[in-house]
Each structure stands twice: as structure tokens, then as C-alpha cells.
Design a protein around this ligand. Structure first.
Ligand code: GAR
Length: 212
């Protein structure tokens, strides 16, 4: 399975993917920002990198057209958004229907968009987490593939909560990518996600927070 990863920044999720020894080929990492830390991480893993700066394009459609060309040059089976912080045009999203996934630092559909951890704290939720989902035209709203939940602890600030969620992002994203490589995930015609796993579900499994 050939994978192209899109990033905008730090690249810690990219690193988690590259270090997970997955049975996939990382064909390229593309960033819309030249200063993205993830570019050096990709290079250190021998993955070809490319910077496609959005400032160089007249509008969103022009940028997404160029981005699609850059992606398609690597003939990927899956496009992975790992902290790629751009709103995508409907045409672009349609082109990769069922083969483009994103990780978002919240338990969607709660807290789409930015500043998820501060908003979770402000809302007083006791459980927070991250979501891997197929990308659709509506931002952070596509069909959910998998989620990981963490407790919100008394005394958490946004940084502490973000760090707790990020540790789970670094587990969840490689897990999901492995499922794709094993052809266990598909987006059905009705818009729902099928994940074929052998595990037995523990009907009583729960994350309770706070735990008294
Ligand atoms: C991650 O927390 C990811 O979930 C988030 O950006 C961060 C990127 O960090 N993505 C979004 O908010 C997308 N809506 P990283 O560059 O260290 O992987």
C-alpha cells in the first residue's frame, strides 16, 4: 500500500507512523509550509519530501489542483492528513473519496476545528480524546473510523490535556493505518465505515472519569 502524508507543522504523528514499522510504503510527505518540523523527520526516515506553499497560488482551487497533481505523481492508495491545517475544496475531497483520512484531537462530532483542548476544558467534559476519520468536504465531519478516549483530570490545563491526547494519537493513527494495510477498513456506500476485526468486544469495557 502506497501512502502520501500531508503535514503543516511539528510532525509528531508523522513520526509515530514512520516508527511503527507498518507494512506500507511512504511514497512522499508533502507540506504546505517550508518550516514544518515534520519535513526533517520524513527526510531522516528516507521519505521524499516536497513543499507546496499555499501562498504561491491565487486561490484555494488553484492550490488544491496543484496539490492533487503532486499527490497523484506518487500514485498513493491512501492519503493521510497528519496535522495538515488547511480547509480543502469539495473537488479535492471528492477525488480522494474513501482513500483520504485525517486525525483530529477531539472525540468528534464534539469540538471540530481549532483549540479543541481549551474548548473541552471550558465545556467541562470528563472524557476527551482523538478521532481518525475519512475526509469529507465538511471540516472534521467525515465518517469515523476509530477513536481513543482519555480522562480529563482536575487541574488539567490545555497543554496537559493536549499531551495526554497526543499520546493516544500516536497509538491510534498507526493502528488505523495498519488496518488499512490489512484491508480491514472500508467506506460503505451508505457513508458508514466498516472495520473488520477479530477481537471480542468486552460489553462492560468503559472509561469512567472521574473515577471515585
Ligand atoms: C495533532 O494534534 C492533530 O490531531 C491536529 O494537529 C496536530 C498536529 O501535530 N490536527 C488537527 O487539528 C486537524 N483538524 P503533529 O504535527 O505533531 O502531528
Amino acid at each position: 500500500m502506497r501512502v502520501v502524508v500531508l503535514i503543516s507543522g511539528r510532525g509528531s504523528n508523522l513520526r509515530a507512523l514512520l516508527q511503527a514499522d507498518l507494512p506500507v510504503t511512504f511514497a512522499a510527505v508533502i507540506s504546505n509550509r517550508a518550516d514544518a518540523g515534520g519535513l526533517a523527520i520524513a527526510a531522516a526516515h528516507g521519505v521524499p519530501t516536497q513543499v507546496l506553499a499555499h501562498q504561491a497560488y491565487a486561490d484555494r482551487a488553484a492550490y488544491d489542483g496543484a496539490l492533487a497533481q503532486a499527490i497523484d505523481a506518487h500514485a498513493p492508495d491512501l492519503v493521510v492528513l497528519a496535522g495538515f491545517m488547511r480547509v480543502l475544496t469539495a473537488d479535492f475531497v471528492r477525488r480522494y473519496h474513501g482513500r483520504m483520512i485525517n486525525i483530529h484531537p477531539a472525540l468528534l462530532p464534539a469540538f471540530p476545528g481549532l483549540n479543541t483542548h481549551a474548548r473541552a476544558l471550558a465545556a467541562g467534559v470528563r472524557v476527551h480524546g482523538c478521532t481518525v476519520h475519512f475526509v469529507t468536504a465538511e471540516v472534521d465531519a467525515g465518517p469515523i473510523i476509530a477513536q481513543a478516549a482519555v480522562p480529563v483530570r482536575a487541574g488539567d490545563d490545555a497543554e496537559a490535556l493536549a499531551a495526554r491526547v497526543l499520546r493516544q494519537e500516536h497509538r491510534l493513527f498507526p493502528t488505523v493505518l495498519r488496518w488499512f494495510a490489512q484491508e480491514r477498513v472500508s467506506l460503505r456506500d451508505d457513508g458508514r465505515v466498516a472495520v473488520r476485526l477479530d477481537e471480542d468486544i468486552d460489553e462492560d469495557a468503559a472509561l469512567v472519569a472521574p473515577l471515585g
